[in-house]
Design a protein. Structure first.
Length: 240
């Protein structure tokens, strides 16, 4: 009986150890570079064997090479996105209000479409260290859909424009946004009256955060882009 109990206990321990094995992901940029290189080596070896002549590896190696050290000696890349952006004449006011202790390049993109087939942000936004998403009151369903489609790990601040906003505080708009999009971080939601002269006050929490934590953003951006590259290439490898 004791031997049977011991066997049963051993079987229970073995059973508990079974299950899906979670891969151990790299924690450093060097680790992600090596992981991407291994996938490229496998693609390079497997594609000719399967006759997959439309799987060029060299452009991918060039893309990976450009990411080496991409976080060094460059300004912060901030993308301003909106489905109904302010007038283009206000760009200098935004640039001035965002100016802080770190060099920063502001990208003023085209308006986000109200409809999309796949609601994909595309790879062009991956190079941005930060997205500043501008919304107008009342909140639109398309804006919420774009927020839901944000890539994982993409740093984001929100700028809510409403003429009723005073002193940069959006008040009830934050509660409304958080109820519609629970992923919103209230401390990263800024209110703006829509007047250029109020931008400095409205964006002050963001500029303070950039002065404190912005120095580490480029490295985190490179890591995020390497993870994304690896995911796309790994998917192609699995298809082959």
């Amino acid at each position: 009986w004791l031997g049977g109990a011991a066997l049963a206990g051993g079987w229970w321990l073995l059973s508990r150890q079974r299950g899906p094995v979670q891969p151990k992901l790299p924690q450093s940029l060097e680790g992600w570079h090596a992981r991407c290189e291994r996938v490229l080596d496998q693609l390079e070896q497997l594609a000719p064997e399967l006759g997959a002549i439309e799987t060029p590896v060299e452009p991918r190696r060039a893309e990976l090479k450009t990411l080496r050290g991409a976080e060094r000696d460059r300004p912060l890349e901030l993308a301003f996105v909106s489905s109904h952006p302010p007038a283009a004449e206000q760009q200098p006011a935004f640039q001035s209000a965002l100016r802080g202790g770190l060099p920063l390049r502001l990208h003023w993109g085209q308006p986000l479409p109200a409809r999309s087939a796949d609601w994909s942000w595309g790879t062009s936004f991956e190079a941005s260290d930060l997205l500043l998403f501008h919304l107008r009151a009342p909140l639109r369903a398309s804006d919420l859909r774009w927020l839901e489609a944000l890539p994982a790990g993409q740093p984001l601040w929100l700028l809510l424009e409403d003429p009723a906003v005073r002193d940069g505080a959006p008040h009830a708009l934050v509660d409304e946004l958080c109820s519609l999009w629970p992923s919103a971080a209230p401390e990263r939601v800024l209110g703006w009256s829509g007047q250029p002269e109020h931008l400095g006050t409205s964006l002050a929490p963001l500029t303070s955060w950039l002065a404190r934590d912005g120095g580490g953003l480029p490295r985190r951006t490179t890591k995020r882009r390497l993870e994304s590259l690896h995911g796309r290439w790994q998917a192609e490898l699995e298809v082959l």
